[in-house]
Design a protein around this ligand. Sequence first.
Ligand code: PEP
Length: 246
Amino acid sequence: MIFANWKENGSIAMIEDWTYDFLKATDDELLNNVDVGIAPSYIHIQLFKDLLEKAKVMIGSQDVDYGINARTSKVSASMLKDFNVNFSIIGHSEVRNLFNDSNEIIRKKFKTLISNKIQPILCIGESENEFNAKQTLKVLENQLYSVLEGANIENCIIAYEPVWAIGTGKTPEVNLVNDIHEHIKDVVQSATTNNFLPNVIYGGSLNEGNASSFFGQTHIDGSLVGGASLNANSFVKIIKEYSKVK
Ligand code: PEP
């Protein structure tokens, strides 16, 4: 499974060009083989849905709010549901760091997505200091338990995104990522009441050049792609690498 996180990028013209290139470079066989999702800004969701109407591509949001009514500027899970949004990214490190999303807030967002039947992609990851201090597993366990403890879930994807790898061109060793993903799966199984086994995808400076080394690992079930997804041809090359290896 390959997901694109478009962050604060995109315009009508750029999305028209991107979807044209994307549809030219993909076909039904590839899209039936690999689960592909795109998370543009809220205001571009419907445009993507219209332009990719005939393609098997999920459209998601980059965040969600946990409240209703008097919360100016926010978008609720029921609003997303109304637009048939398939998934929603929560806990991205940029949202944690720039907009102060705590684990407690992320837990509320997680719950509202589950009750509206929208698949959460829960992002977790350690900072560079935590990585250097060998705190990675402890940080991830805390992020997972505080959101998932006691949950009974059927569909949730975990995105492991080391904060120091996002948009920096730096990536961890693929073997290490594989071991971390295996650990994440164990933690999610013990945190949830139904021993849910999640797909765990990797994000952080993944591109068409390094994708296959990640996808060759047993516990890496795909990727959340930032920068490299903004070019349709690069994004499709990543999807093709995934299809070849898995
Ligand atoms: C991200 O922000 O989710 C991400 C993976 O970014 P990039 O691929 O640009 O490192």
